[in-house]
Design a protein around this ligand. Structure first.
Ligand SMILES: Nc1ncnc2c1ncn2[C@@H]1O[C@H](COP(=O)(O)OP(=O)(O)O)[C@@H](O)[C@H]1O
Ligand SMILES: [Mg+2]
Length: 368
């Protein structure tokens, strides 16, 4: 049974802005679901509708089969953690965590038990007497999470909780939140614009664009089986390369343009027949381009001649940015930094034929 069922949910703001355009999501008990998408796509709006902080214009929201559309936020048994922590500056860490429970008139001893337990889980025990301004960003965010934990909610909602932290701390905190999820086993809905964070954290990822769900799937599936060009380009770093070309038939079916001629992989031949003589877009990830001769295990495309424009060395590997004959676009591929290239170098590469993605240029949907 889904603990949260979102059915054809819509939101139009009072100024007429149509922010959420009919969204369906099922969230299971104990699931860690990440809502991800570019800034302005409606992530916070949707999360706030789940929390009850934003009115629902149309559609239904259910928690455990109970319709929640008109239920007051405080009666939804959810706890929300925000990007800006929203701690009370004049209260100690202890009081910040205890405040909500005091408002509920919970007995002091119970409050103490919950706050100390949360402090232990989050490694905050020695900071309970401090004020927020005496804590680092990461510690403050932990207090904000602690304040959510002590309420023992059914559902945790996180809105970009790590965006104010530096890169290293962000990586550390995201594994702490995952560890917390394993420990508490609550349902968690986590919003981020960062696709790497989404991939690292989600049991399930919901990719949003302009108030519309583009794909709901596991991290592995959104990477290997994107349903459209937007998802293909949004997930993965460096991003997927896209080229336009035509489908032609010679001895077999080929995708061709000025810079490459690639045989259409057998599983796609039937559906690609329909595009014979027409344009399609092709996507290939930087991970699946290989220097000819170096990769023997894979079924590679016919040779593609490229010219290296720029090389970024990021440690064990290099990102090689290149052009294809006759095209202005810059593409990229990853190689081991022990096999580094230099700008201006001409290199022969092959693309893994099992890792090609084709898209209908009009609908931008993946051709299956
Ligand atoms: N109170 C509001 N009134 C009108 N438009 C809003 C309001 N809040 C957000 N929006 C608009 O709705 C869209 C979605 O916003 P938001 O949910 O905050 O996006 P995200 O969290 O994905 O960055 C944006 O275009 C934003 O400008
Ligand atoms: Mg937001």
């Amino acid at each position: 049974m889904a603990i949260i069922e979102i059915k054809n949910l819509k939101k139009t703001y009072s100024n007429g802005h149509y922010a959420i355009k009919g969204i369906d999501i099922s969230i299971k008990e104990g699931e860690f679901v990440v809502l991800v998408g570019p800034s302005g796509c409606g992530k916070s709006t949707l999360l706030r509708m789940i929390a009850g902080l934003e009115d629902i214009s149309d559609g239904d929201l259910y928690f455990n089969d109970k319709r929640m559309n008109e239920v007051h936020p405080k009666d939804r048994n959810i706890a929300m953690v925000f990007q800006n922590y929203a701690l009370y500056p004049h209260m100690t860490v202890y009081d910040n965590m205890a405040f909500g429970l005091k408002l509920k008139k919970m007995p002091k001893a119970d409050i103490h038990q919950r706050v100390t337990a949360a402090a232990t889980t989050l490694g905050l025990t020695e900071y309970l007497d401090r004020l927020p301004k005496e804590m680092s960003g990461g510690q403050r965010q932990r207090v904000a999470i602690g304040r959510a934990i002590v309420r023992q909610p059914d559902v945790f909602l996180f809105d970009e909780p790590l965006s104010n932290l530096d890169a290293k701390l962000r990586v550390q905190m995201r594994s702490e939140i995952k560890r917390l999820h394993r420990h508490l086993k609550n349902t968690m809905v986590y919003v981020t614009h960062d696709q790497i964070e989404a991939m690292a954290m989600g049991d399930k990822i919901v990719i949003l664009k302009d108030g519309v769900v583009q794909q709901t799937d596991t991290p592995v599936n959104v990477f290997y089986h994107p349903e459209n060009k937007f998802v293909a380009g949004f997930i993965g770093s460096p991003a997927m390369n896209f080229v336009s070309g035509k489908i032609v038939k010679e001895d077999e079916l080929y995708f061709v343009n000025e810079g490459m001629k690639i045989s259409v992989p057998p599983p796609l031949r039937v559906s690609m027949e329909k595009y014979l003589g027409k344009s399609v877009d092709m996507g290939f990830r930087p991970e699946y381009v290989y220097d000819k001769g170096l990769e023997k295990e894979r079924r590679l495309s016919t040779d593609v001649e490229i010219e290296i424009q720029l090389v970024e060395n990021v440690g064990s590997e290099s990102y090689n940015h290149f052009t294809l004959h006759g095209m202005d676009t810059i593409f990229s591929y990853r190689s081991s930094s022990s096999n580094s290239h230099i700008p201006g170098e001409k290199v022969t590469v092959g693309i893994d034929l099992e890792r090609l993605h084709f898209f209908d240029p009009e609908t931008e949907k993946t051709i299956l």
